[in-house]
Write a protein that binds this ligand. Structure first.
Ligand SMILES: Nc1ncnc2c1ncn2[C@@H]1O[C@H](COP(=O)(O)OP(=O)(O)OP(=O)(O)O)[C@@H](O)[C@H]1O
Length: 586
């Protein structure tokens, strides 16, 4: 399945502003009470702002012109009180919406992270970690900014505009219509330009993701970069990503800023219309100075928010572009679903591949029509040249992927019928490059193991000794409390493999897969591991992938994996011949 977020097909990419907005609103649906209070606050604020020009006009015509200063002072105090209440409502709505935005950000980041936890290995093969981090951090923040800062401003501005527009039309309809006509052009222009702005913003967010991937890759591989003196190479790559980001940011900024001067121009034209027409109306006795003042203030009240709406609209487009990138992740489903009514067979082997085909991508098949069967309690070895398909076969045993054709049976049932927990309990997989978390040896050993999670060190040490793993633990200076640094970088690769080995064995799986698990371990420790493997419960089936043939000399059966085909190799000597000749016997 295609999981590459930057190459989704049209169907996967299809998003509409309305549908996106609807889904987004669901995220804050439980905030109804806060939203209603914030809405009331902003409407009160707009109303107070709209009453201002009326009172000012009335003061000029009634009190200023008749030199009634007590009336002027009275209205001035009234205006001051109104502006203070407006300030309070504005502060309240900002604080309330700030909280809504932060809570939404929290939920959204959790949802994306949870979704990432559910997606299959194929998704992570096809996407760069840096880009995903950028989506979780940066794109969600764009949404937060819109919700916490822009949404209520948006509503407030629209209500002021609508109110001001109504007053303009009521006071004098023909002048009102002339004053509002530039706004119609602005709305049309906005509608035409919006998709373009959204596209430009999406490109910009994508380039931020690209830059983040470059940083992640170079930080992750810093040892190789230094060892190969490739700093210049990565510097150039980063410079290119940074330049791409710079260009897309300039592009997005340019299109976004196109509105601001255009809006300004239209607002000025509207004011000119009011002034010219208003002065004419005064000259023919239809308007008073106070009404002209009120009119001018309403025109400003109409066009100022419109100008701000341009900026808010840009924020909205940016938030929607961010939301598109986020919802691309949220809408993905795992291609490893739980199958309810899979085949169940008695008497099947513990594990069986039936005519399995598999490819990481649709255009290249890696495993071709593989069939084999593993019995309980036996030891199997997979040998073969590099790139032959051993790890891929093991990955299908652990259901990191599903076959494109064919079936994998585990313990008499289609492997797809097991829940991830059941499967992880039955299958232990020690990867070629085990990953350790920051913490202690104990925390890493107990990772994913609920059975011993509350054990004290003494209890756990006893369990480890009983599982014949004591000699491995003794290799670590401070035993269970030996610290492990981020990604396990503070300890050797061999030691990592030992921890991964203890982690897998303590779960007591039915099938234990060791993928080159002893490749970085000295001969004496390797012998220790071999003894431990021999002492595993009789029911444990072992699948050992190894390049060094001495590690598999005790295997009950050897499979030769080459060019995506799996065949029985017969004896160790036969396997050796096949490896040396690079071909298989039929
Ligand atoms: N994540 C992946 N995406 C695409 N192709 C892959 C991926 N992993 C492996 N392959 C390809 O699948 C084929 C089999 O690889 P696999 O890792 O199974 O070989 P292997 O026998 O385990 O090799 P090695 O002995 O080097 O570990 C190779 O051609 C490899 O290039």
């Amino acid at each position: 399945m295609n999981y590459d977020l930057n190459k989704l097909n049209k169907e996967q990419q299809k998003t509409s502003t309305l549908a996106g907005l609807k889904k987004l609103l669901q995220l804050i649906a439980h905030e109804k009470r806060t939203l209603v209070i914030a809405l009331i606050a902003i409407l009160v604020n707009s109303t107070l702002n709209l009453l201002g020009p009326l009172i000012i006009g009335h003061t000029i015509d009634t009190y200023v012109q008749h030199k009634d200063y007590s009336g002027v002072i009275h209205n001035a105090i009234l205006l001051l009180c109104m502006y203070l209440v407006a300030l309070f409502t504005s502060y309240s709505q900002t604080t309330l919406m700030g909280g809504v935005g932060q809570r939404m950000l929290f939920t959204l980041r959790n949802s994306i992270f949870n979704k990432l936890q559910q997606l299959p290995v194929g998704f992570f093969n096809q996407n760069k970690a840096g880009d995903l981090i950028s989506r979780v951090n940066n794109d969600t923040d764009k949404l937060n900014q819109f919700f916490s800062q822009s949404l209520m401003q948006f509503i407030g501005n629209i209500s002021i505009m609508v109110g001001a527009g109504i007053f303009l039309l009521i006071i004098k309809f023909d002048l009102g219509a002339a004053t509002l006509s530039p706004a119609v052009l602005i709305v049309l222009l906005t509608l035409v330009l919006s998709p373009w702005i959204r596209r430009k913003n999406a490109l910009n967010l994508k380039s931020v993701g690209g830059m983040s991937s470059e940083i992640q890759e170079s930080l992750h591989n810093f040892k190789v970069i230094i060892a190969f003196n490739r700093r210049d190479y990565f510097r150039k790559r980063f410079e290119k990503a940074n330049r791409d980001n710079y260009k897309t940011a300039i592009g997005a900024g340019l299109v976004s800023n196109v509105f601001i001067p255009v809006y300004g121009l239209f607002a000025s034209i509207a004011q000119l219309i009011v002034l010219a027409f208003g002065i004419y109306l005064i000259s023919i006795g239809q308007f008073s100075i106070g009404i002209l003042m009120t009119y001018l203030l309403y025109a400003t009240n109409f066009y100022n928010p419109l100008r701000q709406l341009a900026a808010l609209w840009t924020n909205f487009q940016l938030a929607m572009a961010g939301w598109d990138r986020i919802s691309q992740i949220l809408s993905l489903e795992t291609d490893l679903p739980l199958v309810q009514n899979g085949i169940t067979e008695h008497g099947a082997g513990l594990l069986e591949f039936r005519n399995v085909h598999f490819g990481y991508t649709e255009d290249r098949e890696v495993l071709h029509n593989i069939s084999f069967r593993l019995e309980q309690g036996k030891t199997y070895a997979l040998v073969g040249p590099t790139g032959g398909g051993k790890t891929t076969t093991a990955s299908l045993i652990a259901r990191l992927y599903d076959p494109s054709k064919g079936l994998v049976m585990l313990d008499g049932k289609d492997i797809r019928t097991y829940s991830p927990e059941e499967r992880a309990q039955k299958i232990g997989f020690i990867l070629q490059e085990p990953f350790l978390f920051t913490g202690s040896v104990k925390e890493n050993i107990l990772y994913g193991n609920d059975l011993y999670k509350d054990y004290t060190n003494e209890q756990l040490e006893k369990v480890i000794k009983d599982a014949n793993l004591g000699s491995l633990l003794a290799i670590f200076e401070s035993g269970l409390e030996t610290p492990v640094a981020s990604g396990g970088d503070g300890i050797s690769l061999g030691q990592k493999q030992l921890i991964a080995f203890m982690r897998a064995v303590l779960r007591n799986p039915q099938v234990l897969i060791l993928d080159e698990a002893t490749a970085n371990i000295d001969t004496i420790t390797e012998k220790l591991l071999s003894d431990i493997l021999d002492k595993l419960p009789e029911t444990t089936t072992r699948v050992i992938i190894a390049h060094r043939l001495n590690t598999i000399e005790n295997a009950d059966e050897i499979f030769f994996v080459n060019s995506g085909e799996v065949t029985r190799a017969g004896s160790l000597n036969d396997a050796m011949d096949m490896l040396l000749q690079g071909k298989r016997v039929s």
